[in-house]
Design a binder for this molecule. Structure first.
Ligand code: NDP
Length: 303
């Protein structure tokens, strides 16, 4: 059993929570807690970011230690874990008995180190990875991954479900939620950069984002079918070239790269894509599916 308090009730009968970090995410979370009748205590490096929330009834603590003391659970929403050490480090004595719901993004290794750091100070960390932007906070359909002690997760679940209605506990390993978050971000960042790249090409050809929105959306909507089709084959270790062949993929990605070069737009991203496909060709996968790249990408190039 963990010694941290999971009690979120106050003398007023209202549940309480502390929110540390008031970027767009922390602000949306604090607002969601106010919407649900929580007593909300805030702390942020830039105090002015609390103004609108204080006007709605939140309390701005004069320092981090008092913010931590105000509630059994502190939701931490900072840029990264380095910021967390900067913020919580000077108030470490106030951590004992607290549950830290750390919704800051960082690596699984950082999440594990922070869980140890918190435990050494008598606190318990639940690592969280929010999968929606600020507009999705407080909504029933939105999802957050969590990991850390199951009984603590269960005890504070009603509070977590204020942040996003859906929660997915990925196990006791404090790094697991961070890993799931980073898996999603791997798809997100490359997909969004692919979209920016297409828009750069569109604009170089006199087209607006609005002109290509429907086509780009249609392409994005086709991806889940590809994900599902290849998932089964990849897990079975099959990269048959019956549907697509890597030699075709190389020709195609080179067409993409040349189209961008001819339009005078940056080719960093198309060139990186072509280089990965060429790596598969060099490894002898010309007649295999481009899913063979998954195995190659499992080790650093040149290893
Ligand atoms: P921001 O980076 O905009 O804000 C984070 C907060 O961190 C601010 O309160 C900022 O304080 C504080 N901060 C940063 N560095 C320090 C420091 N050295 N010392 C003290 N405070 C510091 O992030 P968001 O609110 O957008 O997001 C919070 C977390 O959620 C991030 O980890 C992000 O990756 C993740 N996330 C964000 C999503 C989004 O769409 N925005 C979606 C999903 C996850 P100050 O106000 O003083 O600058």
């Amino acid at each position: 059993m963990h010694s941290a308090s999971t009690n979120t009730n106050t003398g007023t009968g209202r549940p309480s929570v502390t929110v540390i970090g008031l970027g767009p995410m922390g602000q949306a979370m604090a607002a969601a807690f106010l919407d649900r009748g929580y007593e909300v205590t805030l702390w942020n490096r830039t105090a002015a970011r609390a103004d609108a929330l204080v006007a709605r009834g939140a309390r701005l603590a004069p320092d981090v230690a008092q913010a931590l003391a105000a509630s059994g659970v502190a939701v931490v929403s900072l840029t990264d874990y380095a910021a967390m050490y900067e913020v919580l480090g000077p108030a470490a004595a106030a951590l004992a008995g607290r549950v830290l719901v750390n919704l800051s993004s960082d690596t699984p290794e950082q999440a594990r180190a922070a869980a140890r750091w918190a435990a050494e100070r008598g606190a318990v960390q639940l690592t969280g990875g929010v999968t929606v932007p600020p507009s999705g906070i407080g909504r029933a359909a939105s999802l957050t991954f969590y990991s850390g002690p199951r009984e603590v997760f269960d005890a504070v679940r009603p509070l977590l479900e204020v942040v996003t209605g859906r929660t997915d506990h990925r196990g006791e390993d404090p790094g697991a939620a961070a890993l799931f978050y980073q898996l999603g971000m791997t798809v997100f960042w490359t997909a969004m950069l692919g979209y920016w790249q297409a828009l750069a090409l569109a604009r170089a050809n006199g087209l607006t984002a609005a002109d290509v929105l429907e086509h780009a959306t249609g392409t994005a909507n086709s991806l889940p079918d590809f994900f599902g089709f290849y998932a089964d084959r990849i897990d079975a270790g099959r990269h048959d070239g019956d549907v697509d062949r890597l030699a075709m993929a190389l020709a195609s990605v080179e067409h993409v790269r040349h189209t961008h070069a001819a339009a005078g737009v940056d080719t960093t991203l198309p060139a990186a894509v072509a280089a990965l496909v060429r790596r598969g060709m060099d490894a002898g996968h010309a007649a295999d599916s481009f899913s063979a790249l998954v195995a190659l990408m499992g080790t650093p190039a040149g290893a």
